[in-house]
Design a protein around this ligand. Structure first.
Ligand code: ATP
Length: 422
């Protein structure tokens, strides 16, 4: 029998990672003669969900074998490795007959909602009950939501990530790696790999800072290039590694404005509008502005971690037409990308220049126009000067160091006029 196994919510901010647990399970299944088909899938769900530990990731894989045998392995590994003592860790695992189209269709719809919206645990339990899906539930079992979604999500678009894991005795200690080697890996393989490093901000993006077992991850859409990057980087010993098929870098979380009639917190959108409130920077370096949209005025933000992206945003002027890409939280869209559709023509009004000496005229008194004291020339009104804009029309994105897992980097986008921060 072919079974889809989905797992989620096994980790906590103090350690572990659901992908690592999945790798241990896959290894054990293979050891017991059960074959895993293809690569496991790392599915990123709604990035705004408050319960997430870090990246709201869940894992699924296809295995050929008997339900009881598979379930035994998954149960053993969750009980041995999941951070069950952490209040916020609520594991769930599901086992779905891959040939049951009725269930798979229902899960496909559920999954897309889990990527774009907010789902209650009751709904996940209802689906499990309705289709009698074998499952494992620990504590609240909130992980069942992600587990079902990881099984059901259709990957019309997908990318790859190879994750390398640390030796267990090193978990929780600072990671040892040669920064330069990651820059070298990027130099050799970009754009077939991306977000390994951030050149401008001098950050190695591929190496996380959290206490989980991941040593580094190489993202891309070409396995040979990922392999080359993997072989180029120099790090502490890699204990094990796994290639995942993933919905990272696909923009799958974004709801286009034509597909919704309202904007809500905890959802992510693509919305077009006209700048009505020009950007201002608050303490901490966060930049805010507002656009007029078909939903009313919407506040937008480019937060401090988005670094040089804010320099673009600060140049927006009233009247510019933009399309913003990002998640709504506290009624504010946190920008991941922006498409500047049309720059407004903006003018400043200045005192006229004297046609004789070329110096700027001065006011001749209230309501009396302007004059050049030296040449005695006069003019009635100020003159308009078109402001040279420092930004261009087209797409701009946050730099790699601020990229969200689901955000599609411009390097993957088939659009003209892209401005890529690298
Ligand atoms: P990591 O990235 O390290 O694996 P995480 O960020 O994935 O950690 P989890 O521990 O998996 O965080 O916690 C996310 C929880 O939110 C899970 O229980 C998952 O089932 C649930 N969840 C995911 N998507 C949704 C959604 N759209 N609506 C409601 N709950 C969700």
């Amino acid at each position: 029998m072919k079974l889809w196994v989905g797992i989620d919510d096994t980790d906590s901010s103090r350690g572990m990672c659901t992908t690592y647990l999945a790798v241990l399970i896959v290894e054990e299944l293979e050891e017991r003669g059960l074959s895993v088909v293809g690569f496991p899938r790392l599915i990123r769900l709604n990035p705004t969900i408050p319960f997430k530990t870090r990246g709201n990731g869940a894992v699924s894989f296809l295995v050929e074998g008997n339900l009881d045998d598979v379930m035994d392995v998954v149960r053993e590994k969750i009980e041995e490795y999941a951070m069950l003592e952490d209040e916020k860790t609520n594991p769930g695992a599901v086992f779905v007959d891959a040939e049951n189209d009725r269930v798979m269709n229902a899960l496909s719809k559920f999954a897309l909602r889990a990527v774009r919206g907010v789902i209650s645990l009751d709904e996940a339990l209802f689906i499990i009950g309705k289709y009698m899906i074998p499952h494992l539930r620990y504590k609240l079992g909130r992980g069942l939501i992600g587990a079902l979604a990881a099984v059901g999500l259709d990957l019309d678009d997908y990318t790859l990530e190879v994750l390398a894991y640390r030796k267990p005795e090193r978990f929780g200690t600072p990671r040892e790696y040669d920064e330069e080697s990651f820059f070298e890996a990027d130099r050799k393989t970009y754009p077939r790999t991306w977000d390994t490093v951030d050149w401008h901000n001098r950050v190695v993006v591929a190496v996380p800072g959290s206490p989980d077992p991941v040593l580094f991850g190489i993202r891309g859409d070409d396995l040979a290039a990922i392999r080359e990057a993997f072989d180029t980087v120099e790090t502490e010993p890699v204990d094990r590694y796994m290639t995942f098929v993933t919905n990272q870098a696909t923009d799958m979380h974004l709801i286009h404005e034509r597909n919704t009639n309202k904007l809500e917190d905890y959802h992510s959108y693509i919305v077009r509008g006209k700048v009505v409130e020009e950007p201002s920077t608050i303490t901490g370096g966060h930049v805010f502005f507002a656009i007029e949209t078909r939903f009313g005025d919407v506040k937008c933000a480019a937060f401090e971690p988005t670094k040089q992206f804010r320099d673009v945003i600060r140049e927006l002027k009233a009247g510019d037409i933009v399309e913003v890409y990002g998640s709504m939280k506290k009624n504010t869209i946190n920008l991941e990308k922006i498409n500047i559709v049309r720059l407004a023509e903006t003018y400043v009004y200045e005192n006229p220049v004297c046609p004789v000496c070329g110096k700027r005229m001065e006011s001749a008194g209230r309501g009396q126009g302007f004059r050049c004291r030296k040449c005695k020339t006069k003019a009635l009104e100020k003159v308009a000067r078109r402001v040279e804009r420092k930004i261009e029309e087209g797409f701009y994105e946050v730099p790699p160091c601020a990229r969200r897992h689901l955000s599609k980097p411009l390097v993957r986008m088939d659009v003209s006029k892209k401005h890529i921060f690298r």
